[in-house]
Structures are given as C-alpha cells and as structure tokens.
Design a protein around this ligand. Structure first.
Ligand code: URA
Length: 272
C-alpha cells in the first residue's frame, strides 16, 4: 500500500505537491469513490485510480546503472544545495531514484529504478547481495590484513560478515598505495572505509564495480546505461522476484510543463 499522492506522482500525473492539490480539490477517485484525504493509502496494482474520471497509467518498472563520479550526493535532493546524482540522469519519463547510496567521495556503480519492491529486496540484509569494491589504500595489505577481512572486522556496530579479498597491486615504495577488490554483502554506513581504517589502512580511493549480477564494465564516469536483458532477469532473481517484462527507460520527448491535467499529458506522451 502506498500513499495516493505518491502513486499519482509516480504515474507521471504531476509533481507530488500538485498531486496533493488535485486530491484536496476532489479530482481524484479510487474505485469510483472520490478521495480528498492526503494520507489515504492505495494499492495501485489492484485499485482503479482516476483523475477527473480518467484512469491513471501506471509507470512500468525500469532499471539502469550510472557510474557515479565523486563529489555527488546519492540523494534525491540536498537541503544544502550540493550536487546530487539526480543531476546526472538522462531525460526519461520514469521517476527513478537510487538503490541505496554511495558516499559523496565514492565513485562507481549506482543502480536506479522506479520499482520500490525491487529496491527494498535488493537492500534487504537477508538477500545477502554481493557488492564488489575496488579499494586503494595507503599501506601494505599483508596476510594478517587479508585474514582479518575474510574473517570479519570488529567495528563500533559489530563484527562484519566475512568478505572476499583479492590483492591486485601491493603497495610499493613509490606511492605506498595498494589496490584490492573487496566483496561484501552487508551495506553498513561507510563500511569499506571503516573496515580498512580499523586495520590501519586509510582508504584513498573507493569505487564500486559490481552490485549482484550487474557490473560496471567499461561504463565511463558520469555515464549511464540500461541493464541488458540478462542483467535484468538476474537482478530480479537475486531480489527473489519474478522479472517483469524487460524494458528500457522511456526517453522524454518534450520538457515536462508540470501539467496537472493527466488526461492531456497521457494522450500527448503515449507512444504511437
Ligand atoms: N563503503 C563505503 O565505505 N563507502 C561507500 O560508499 C560504499 C561502501
């Protein structure tokens, strides 16, 4: 069950605030009954929702991957006005949001979707979905360090689950930086940085290169791509869900005018 104004906004009717105005103005009905209450919860997959008597078109799920640059927040908006990943998104019709977060100073693979259930499942600890990071640290990643990472590191919020570690490059006398691939399935706040810091190795660069079955591959920093059909199926399966029909995001053909008239907007933007 979701809030009515959120469902309307996701269907592309108008912004969340404008949708609230539509509800208050008595223009929205659920199963034929006018609803003027802002907190009303609805099940969009089962109930008929209409604005001015015109049924809304539910957004179909889309998923894509962005190679996030550093110095972008992974949030939808920032009260302090800092740059967010939303500024890097392609012009598409679906209202997507990031699946989890990467730190401001972390780069790499960030998934976006409009599928709330998929997001919830992918981030749920019980799913144990593996995330792989390329980590550059200052210092030597010796056998003790590798063993600690593989067995679990004691952090303030508990011991970490066993990680997989592969040392790609050992620190040399030139820059003293070692590079490792670390695979973890937990998603605690700043977890990778804290794990290495706890072992006396400050992280100088952190990039996520895989999330479950989806890898960054050769995607350039700041660029995005839709999932392949194979990735789509594998990602939904990793989330324990039946994959819906494969779709790519829908390009936006014209700038949104913020119209509060879903019927007109729906007709104008429906593909031929
Ligand atoms: N671990 C971190 O420390 N930072 C991230 O952004 C992701 C994982």
């Amino acid at each position: 069950m979701e809030r009515l104004q959120k469902v309307l906004a996701h269907a592309g009717v108008a912004s969340r605030r404008k949708c609230e105005e539509l509800i208050l103005a008595g223009r929205v009905s659920v199963d034929g009954e006018t609803v003027t209450e802002l907190g009303a919860k609805v099940d969009p997959s089962r109930q008929r929702i209409a604005v001015d008597g015109v049924p809304i078109e539910l957004e179909q799920p889309v998923v894509f991957v962005l190679n996030k640059p550093v110095a972008y927040l992974s949030t939808v908006s920032d009260p302090l006005g800092r740059r967010t990943v939303m500024q890097l998104l392609p012009p598409i019709r679906e209202r997507v949001y990031p699946v989890g977060r990467l730190d401001y100073d972390t780069s790499g693979l960030l998934l976006f979707t409009n599928d709330g259930e998929l997001t919830q499942q992918l981030l749920h600890p019980s799913r144990e979905i593996e995330k792989v990071y390329r980590v550059s640290v200052r210092g030597i990643v010796d056998r003790e360090t590798r063993r600690a990472l593989m067995e679990g590191v004691e952090l303030e919020d508990g011991v970490t689950a066993p990680a997989k570690v592969e040392v790609l490059r050992q620190a040399d006398s030139e820059d003293g930086v070692a590079v490792v691939h670390l695979a973890i399935h937990e998603g605690r706040n700043r977890q990778v940085r804290r794990m290495f810091e706890r072992l006396g190795l400050p992280v100088v660069r952190l990039k996520r290169i895989a999330f479950g079955p989806v890898s960054l591959g050769h995607l350039k920093t700041g660029e995005w791509r839709p999932l392949t059909q194979e990735e789509w199926v594998a990602l939904y399966q990793a989330a324990g869900m039946t994959p819906p029909p494969y779709r790519r995001p829908t390009p936006r053909r014209e700038p949104s005018k913020g119209s509060a008239r879903p019927s007109a907007r729906g007709r104008r933007e429906r593909p031929e």
